[in-house]
Design a protein around this ligand. Structure first.
Ligand code: CA
Length: 75
């Protein structure tokens, strides 16, 4: 059970990093509109709270992964 949750969290974390990377890449390279220059594509601006909480989310995921890993059968 823990193993499954750990895998799901790891996949979510990977998706999260792809999302953050894509937001930065698309605005920096200029194919997404970013008129207020905050590295968030303007069409994603309604989800900007996710970007504001980025370091908190990464910290939380790190703690969660550590906790799940210590309780999983992988170690
Ligand atoms: Ca923007």
């Amino acid at each position: 059970m823990i193993d499954t949750i750990l895998l799901i969290v790891l996949i979510l974390t990977a998706l999260m990093f792809v999302l953050f990377w894509y937001a930065k890449y698309s605005t920096k390279s200029g194919f997404a509109l970013d008129e207020n220059k905050n590295d968030i594509p303007d069409s994603w601006e309604r989800y900007s709270v996710v970007f504001k909480l980025k370091s908190f989310i990464v910290l939380l995921l790190g703690i969660l992964i550590g906790y799940l890993l210590s309780n999983s059968s992988y170690l």
